[in-house]
Design a protein around this ligand. Structure first.
Ligand code: 5AD
Ligand code: FES
Length: 368
């Protein structure tokens, strides 16, 4: 039985206890969310940090069953934004006092791609005087490549595990050498060893997924001692294999509610990590991200991808802000965040307070 008043001081969370938190509804759920919001402010204060998101290419070599930009989807326009436009987006983030940037794309491992990334990272550092924090989210790579990118200036890496349950993992990915659960786990360990602030996450409301799976996902994050988390509702995309399970999914509203429950529960389980208010929340509820900020999230990722390309980075349906320009997003977000009683940490990196540098990693210049 969950006693809301106990949550603040609770030290150990069992799978059963978390599963019960996740399945709460009605009045008790509201109380838990409110408590999580208060706990969050007590732990980390009211500041929310911006990460300007550039989805610079939707070319992808993978075939995840849930994703709209998977390799086998022939029904989309593939794009690759040129370096100059990426650097301009970085300049925009810097000038608008976003503390950090996230570079994301479909997964590629060829040397043309990996070398280009290293060059871009150095370029971004240079034009922003090392003042902009850089997160990258470019999938599974070798240790050498991760190291090269770290040395070129990236200091955070996002690699969602998608589901920490191996059996469920293979229900949402092909079972082949390109989609290997163990490889993904190894990548997460490597990223941590190399000194990245490491982020992971899962989708919520996948076909076949239970509250127990989700509770285990949170325990997985705790055990991996992760620094940052981005997780949001699964939203079916008509051009993907998982679409056929549409009828078996939780209703969208429930997926949304459980996503907020996940954020709130994780805030209690890992009080000092960074948790992102995932964009997918906003695909269900126009105020989805702001609601997440009130129950434990402290990071928001405004999309600063040049607007012409946004319509082609549809990982899922009903993706928000595909029409807006970056300026509109900044203004709109500022108002929304202030309305939710939070403040924006302008020009601050907003590093995860949980992060502890491995002993062998030298400090980065320009850290704020
Ligand atoms: N619904 C929700 N999230 C999705 N992602 C990919 N496809 C979907 C979908 N259909 C998420 C994955 C991936 C991130 C970039 O987007 O978790 O890691
Ligand atoms: Fe993009 Fe509001 S957040 S327009």
């Amino acid at each position: 039985m969950i006693e809301i008043e106990d949550l603040h001081n609770k030290q150990t969370f069992t799978k059963e206890y978390i599963a019960e938190m996740l399945s709460l509804s009605g009045e008790k759920r509201k109380m838990m969310l409110k408590e999580a919001g208060e706990f969050h402010v007590k732990q980390l204060g009211k500041k929310v940090f911006f990460r300007g998101l550039i989805e610079f290419s939707n070319y992808c070599t993978k075939d995840c069953y849930y994703c709209g930009i998977r390799k086998d989807n022939r029904d989309i326009n593939r794009y690759d934004i040129d370096d100059e436009a990426i650097l301009n987006a970085a300049r925009f983030a810097h000038e608008n006092r976003y503390g950090s940037l996230v570079l994301q794309s479909g997964e590629r491992n060829d040397s043309m791609f990996t070398e280009r990334i290293a060059k871009l990272l150095r370029g971004i550092k240079k034009i922003t005087n090392g003042e902009l924090g850089i997160t990258i989210s470019l999938g599974e790579q070798t240790r050498e490549i991760y190291k090269e990118w770290f040395e070129a200036g990236a200091h955070r890496y996002l690699l969602r595990i998608e589901s920490s349950d191996e059996e469920l993992y293979y229900k949402i990915h092909p079972r082949d050498e390109k989609h290997n659960f163990q490889t993904r786990l190894n990548c997460l360990h490597t990223l941590k060893e190399l000194g990245y602030q490491t982020g992971t996450g899962v989708m919520i409301g996948l076909p076949f997924q239970t509250y127990e799976h989700l509770a285990n996902d949170l325990l997985f994050m705790k055990e991996l001692d992760i620094d940052m988390v981005g997780m949001g509702p699964f939203i079916e995309h008509h051009d993907t294999p998982l679409y056929k399970f549409k009828e078996q999914l939780w209703p969208l509203q429930r997926r949304f509610e459980v996503s907020l429950n996940m954020i709130a529960a994780l805030r209690f389980v890992m009080p000092d990590i960074n948790i992102a208010a995932a964009t997918a929340l906003q695909a269900i509820d126009p105020m989805g991200r702001e609601k997440a900020l009130q129950v434990g999230a402290n990071i928001i990722m405004p999309n600063i991808t040049p607007t012409v390309n946004r319509k082609n980075y549809l990982l899922y349906e009903n993706k928000p802000c595909t029409d807006e320009g970056a300026d509109d997003c900044t203004n709109c977000l500022k108002i929304r965040i202030e309305m939710s009683g939070r403040e924006i940490g302008f020009s601050e990196w907003g590093d995860s307070k949980h992060y502890k540098k491995p002993l062998s990693i030298p400090p980065k210049v320009g850290r704020k």
